[in-house]
Design a protein around this ligand. Structure first.
Ligand code: ADP
Ligand code: MG
Length: 615
């Protein structure tokens, strides 16, 4: 056996194995270098998923010929002037990226420092001797990586389909772009530009939101709330989606520490905790959270790819994030994502998808025949009844003109015409339809509330609040109800009797396989105790045994709400409906049910007018 030092080419290829996992990693390293060089615009070109060409051009500080020669050497960096790893203010610091890329590809860097008029170009193939020569170039740097991994065929084999690699590379660019809104970015294949992000010039928070909107979509911009918090020099800011704006996986959760996109399990868990009870357990919120942490409280030197960090005080950071996110969501109150309303509008817009211009009806009035063209069933009905032949304008019988008045509902009577609810966000209740939906009129639109989902949410919030204060108040049943269950079900529910009592439901054993219900949660109103106990017994079979009911409250509350007085299918009078609307306005998080579905949608008058071609 003879021990020898490895050649620098081999050492660099080994390093490349860690630093450059796939084309997207090279893209990330190069864009980071451009940002570190103070670029204000960065143009990225990717061909065949980055396999044949990655090119990154910037207008940053540039490099002299000497610097170019050094930059491709291993462990050469300009970013640790005093060798201090506790004061890293740049994205790079390891001096590894360029030599690693050079070792596994054909690399050319052309650069011209600002305020000089000479450019130089350096070329390396597979880590061999570099060649340096004068070139022509505008101030800044252009790095071209061709045939990535040609020198390491094993890695080449692991590359995925072009589209997959392109997606990863695009993500690498957009992640960095989110944290640097003042820098312009473009991404294309050299022929066509796929992504164009102009530099945002406005103030910090605005800039960030418009950049986030440009990347994550208009929906995020409209349906997110700002977060802001600070504790012991750690500053948090960002924008987080309303719970109704949710996704199947966590790929839309973006976390940045000191401008660096990171993947941090701790932070993912934290986001989950903050949305707990607001979003179904298999759905994920959309968030972009930015942390500013003093550099000596942070270790970024965890992994060669620099996508993980360690916090000196992880508990503090976690607490800060959960607190800030929860507060922001509570402040958002009954707001719900605009998605719901947009979906509703799209569904109604006759024969159109979003983005198209609204229909214009001749003369501004719709005829039956015209409407029928878009509603086949309606058309059929017209044909059957022979009405299609004789289109004529709608005319209402006088009694239908004001449905509320004609029904003699409680809204009528003295004071009703002052319409106190109109100015309130959810408006004043006008009707209940299909025994399920409350239709309300707001100052500038129509609000449709899913009474059951809304009630479920209110029950949940009331129970959590009551639990914080020591327990849910109960209401005794005049005649205790005996519920017959099978043996195991009775055992299951009786085993949780203490916890259920804290949630307002008092049950006791009642002989073999049966329980007696003595008290129910007062906030449910009139309860179908039989159904509630049966369902809870069933649910308990599916719920996590190790977890306290308090931690599975979502589940318990939805079951309770199902058997409470405002379930779907129950008629409500106007007073009850208005009471529900007012309580929603007062209650945090009431814009969505526990599964992240909206509890109401609002259609703005403007949108409705457009729907009818009035605008
Ligand atoms: P690191 O970024 O960790 O310092 P790299 O290998 O990525 O290591 O880059 C080495 C050095 O090359 C950098 O420290 C920087 O001085 C210089 N450099 C790389 N890319 C650029 C660029 N686009 N503009 C100006 N200088 C650059
Ligand atoms: Mg670098």
């Amino acid at each position: 056996m003879s021990i020898r030092l490895l050649t620098s080419t081999v050492v660099n290829r080994i390093a490349a194995g860690e630093v450059i996992e796939r084309p997207a990693s090279a893209v990330k390293e190069l864009v980071e270098n451009s940002l570190d060089a103070g670029a204000t615009r960065i143009d990225v070109i990717i061909r065949e998923g980055g396999r044949t060409l990655i090119s990154v051009t910037d207008d940053g500080a540039g490099m002299t010929a000497d610097e170019l020669a050094l930059a491709v050497q291993r462990h050469a960096t300009s970013k640790l002037p005093d060798d201090d790893l506790t004061r890293i203010h740049t994205l790079g610091f390891r001096g590894e990226a360029l030599p690693s890329i050079a070792a596994v590809s054909r690399l050319t860097i052309t650069s011209r420092p600002r305020n000089t008029d000479t450019a130089w170009s350096i070329a390396i193939e597979g880590g061999q001797e570099p060649t340096l020569q004068p070139a022509a170039h505008s101030p800044g740097t252009c790095v071209e990586v061709r045939d990535l991994f040609f020198a390491t065929p094993a890695r080449l084999k692991f590359l995925k389909a072009v589209s997959t690699e392109t997606t990863h590379a695009t993500e690498a660019v957009t992640r960095l772009a989110m944290a640097h809104p003042h820098v312009a970015f473009s991404l294309g294949d050299g022929v066509k530009t796929k992504l164009k992000l102009p530099a945002v010039t406005s103030e910090r928070e605005d800039a960030r939101l418009s950049r986030l909107g440009a990347i994550l979509g208009r929906e995020f911009q409209d349906s997110s709330v700002a977060v802001e918090a600070e504790r012991e020099d750690v500053r948090l800011s960002g924008h987080i989606g309303l719970p109704t704006l949710n996704r199947r996986n966590s790929s839309m959760q973006f976390l940045f520490v000191n401008g660096r996109p990171v993947r941090d399990r701790l932070l993912y868990g934290t986001v989950r905790a903050a949305y707990h009870g607001l979003i179904a357990s298999d759905r994920h919120a959309m968030v972009a959270v930015f942390l500013d942490v003093p550099t000596d409280d942070l270790d970024v030197n965890v992994h060669p790819m620099k996508t993980e960090v360690r916090f000196r005080d992880a508990a503090l950071v976690r607490g800060l994030v959960v607190g800030a996110l929860k507060r922001a969501l509570a402040d958002a109150g009954f707001r719900t994502a605009t998605t719901a309303s947009n979906t509703a509008l799209d569904a109604m817009r006759p024969g159109m998808s979003s983005g198209m211009s609204p229909p214009t009806y001749p003369g501004g009035s719709a005829s039956i025949a015209h409407a029928g063209r878009h509603f086949p069933a309606f058309n059929e009905h017209l044909a059957r009844t022979g009405m299609a032949e004789a289109p004529r304008p709608f005319d209402f019988p006088a009694s239908m003109a004001d449905p509320v008045a004609s029904q003699g509902s409680p809204a009528e009577g003295p004071g009703a015409h002052e319409e106190p609810g109109l100015e309130l966000p959810l408006g004043t209740a006008r009707a209940q339809v299909h025994l399920t939906y409350i239709v309300a009129q707001s100052a500038d639109g129509i609000v449709i509330v899913d009474q059951h989902a809304a009630h479920e949410r209110l029950v949940y919030e009331r129970i959590t609040q009551a639990l914080d204060k020591g327990g849910v108040s109960r209401q005794g049943l005049l005649i205790p109800e005996v519920v017959d269950l099978d043996g195991p079900a009775a055992e299951r529910i009786l085993a949780r009797a203490d916890e259920l009592a804290a949630l307002g439901l008092l049950i006791e054993p009642f002989g073999e396989g049966a329980v007696v219900v003595r008290e129910v949660p007062a906030l449910l109103g009139i309860v179908d105790a039989q159904g509630l106990v049966r369902d809870l017994a069933d649910d308990l079979g599916e719920m996590e045994e190790a977890l306290a009911l308090k931690d599975q409250l979502n589940h318990v509350c939805s079951t309770m709400a199902c058997h409470g007085s405002v379930r779907a299918g129950r008629p409500l009078n106007v007073a009850e409906m208005n009471a529900l609307l007012r309580e929603m306005e007062r209650t945090p998080h009431s814009g969505q049910c526990g599964h992240g579905r909206p509890t109401y949608v609002e259609l703005k008058l403007g949108d409705i007018e457009r729907l009818f071609g009035r605008r």
